[in-house]
Design a protein around this ligand. Structure first.
Ligand SMILES: Cc1cc2nc3c(=O)[nH]c(=O)nc-3n(C[C@H](O)[C@H](O)[C@H](O)COP(=O)(O)O)c2cc1C
Length: 197
C-alpha cells in the first residue's frame, strides 16, 4: 500500500480482503497462521490452515482434532492469538479474538462429508494427538485404505471459530514502518489508531 494514500479504513479493509483471499488461494502467505493459546507454563504456538473468514463478522475458522492440546487450552481460556506474515510484502498481522468450538453439528458433518480422504487422516489417529508412542507411526487404523470412505468417523473433527476483537497491522518499509491497531468495542464497532512501529 502506498504511504500517501494510507488511511486506517483502507488498512482495515486490506486486512479483511487479505484474509478473504487467503481462504481460497493456496499460495497466499496468510493461508497459514501461527496460533497461540495459553498453556500452563507458557504460551503454546502452532501452525494451522485458515479455512474460512467471514468479513462481515470478522470471524475466522480453522479445523482441528477435538482431542488436541489446543482444544484443552481453549476450553480453559477461549482467547486466541493469530499471527500472519507475508515475506514478500513485508506485512505482519496479529489478531486476538475469542473462540467457540463447533463439534458434531450439521455444519461439521457436511464439511466432513466433502473432505478429501487425505485431509480426513488428520482427524483419524487412534490415539489423541500428542500421545507418546513407542515407534514411528502415523497411528492411523490399519484398514484405512480398504474401508468405505463413507464409514470414516468424524467424531474427532471440529472447527474453531474465532471472533476477532483486536487486529494489528505492521508493514515494514525502507523509509518507514507503518503500524496500526483496530479494536472492536462492546457494540461491535471498530475503532482504529496508529501505533509507533
Ligand atoms: C503447514 C502446517 C499446517 C497445519 N495445519 C493444521 C491445521 O489446520 N489444524 C491442526 O489442528 N493442525 C495443523 N497442523 C499441525 C499443528 O501445527 C500442530 O502440530 C497440531 O495441531 C498439534 O497441536 P497442539 O498439540 O498444540 O494442539 C499444521 C502443521 C503444519 C506444519
Amino acid at each position: 500500500m502506498k504511504k500517501d494514500k494510507l488511511s486506517l479504513d483502507k488498512i482495515q479493509a486490506e486486512i479483511a480482503r487479505n484474509l478473504t483471499d487467503a481462504v481460497t488461494s493456496r499460495e497466499h502467505p496468510f493461508r497459514l497462521m501461527v496460533i497461540g493459546t495459553i498453556g500452563m507454563q507458557a504460551a503454546n504456538l502452532r501452525t494451522v490452515v485458515l479455512r474460512a473468514f467471514q468479513a462481515d463478522r470478522f470471524l475466522l475458522t480453522f479445523y482441528t482434532d477435538i482431542r488436541s492440546q489446543k482444544i484443552n487450552e481453549l476450553q480453559n481460556n477461549p482467547n486466541l492469538t493469530c499471527l500472519f506474515w507475508d515475506q514478500e510484502r513485508q506485512i505482519q498481522i496479529k489478531i486476538v479474538g475469542k473462540t467457540e468450538i463447533e463439534h458434531n453439528t450439521q455444519h461439521t458433518q457436511s464439511i466432513w462429508k466433502n473432505m478429501h480422504i487425505g485431509a480426513k487422516k488428520a482427524y483419524l489417529t487412534l490415539s489423541a494427538p500428542s500421545s507418546i508412542q513407542n515407534t514411528v507411526s502415523n497411528n492411523l487404523p490399519e484398514n484405512l485404505l480398504t474401508i468405505d470412505e463413507k464409514l470414516l468417523d468424524d467424531q474427532y473433527f471440529c472447527m474453531v471459530h474465532c471472533e476477532i476483537k483486536r487486529m494489528e497491522w505492521l508493514q515494514l518499509g525502507r523509509s518507514a514502518h507503518i503500524r496500526a491497531e483496530f479494536q472492536k468495542n462492546e457494540f461491535g464497532q471498530w475503532k482504529g489508531h496508529w501505533l509507533v512501529p
